[in-house]
Write a protein that binds this ligand. Structure first.
Ligand SMILES: [Zn+2]
Length: 109
C-alpha cells in the first residue's frame, strides 16, 4: 500500500470507519511514512478542535419523549386507516426534534 492508496482512506481511518483489515494496512503504512502520519495528525487536530465542538448536543429527554409520542400517535392513526402520509409525519417529527435541539443547545452552553 502506498500513499495514493492511503490518502482516500484517511478520513475513514480518523473517524474509525475502516474495517480491521483496512485499518491494519493503513497502520502499517503510517509507521513507515512520515508525511501520511502528519496528515493523520492534522486531521486528528482538526477533528478535536472543530468537529467535536460543533457536533450538536443530543436532544433533551423531554424532546425525545414528545417526538416518540408524536410518532407513536401518527403510526396509530395510520393503522386506524387514516390516509396521512407516514413520510410527512416523520419529516414533521424530525423538524420538531431539530428545532428543539437548536433552541435548547445554545442555552446549555
Ligand atoms: Zn504515505
Amino acid at each position: 500500500m502506498d500513499c495514493s492508496d492511503v490518502h482516500p482512506k484517511l478520513f475513514g481511518y480518523v473517524d474509525g470507519e475502516l474495517d480491521l483489515e483496512a485499518r491494519g494496512r493503513v497502520d502499517t503504512h503510517l509507521r513507515a511514512c512520515g508525511p501520511c502520519r502528519q496528515l493523520v495528525d492534522l486531521e486528528l487536530q482538526f477533528h478535536d478542535t472543530y468537529v467535536e465542538r460543533l457536533r450538536p448536543d443530543p436532544a433533551p429527554p423531554r424532546v425525545w419523549e414528545r417526538t416518540t409520542a408524536l410518532l407513536g400517535a401518527l403510526v396509530a392513526q395510520q393503522r386506524a386507516g387514516r390516509r396521512r402520509s407516514l413520510g410527512w409525519a416523520l419529516a414533521l417529527a424530525l423538524i420538531g426534534l431539530g428545532t428543539g435541539v437548536a433552541l435548547v443547545a445554545p442555552l446549555r452552553r
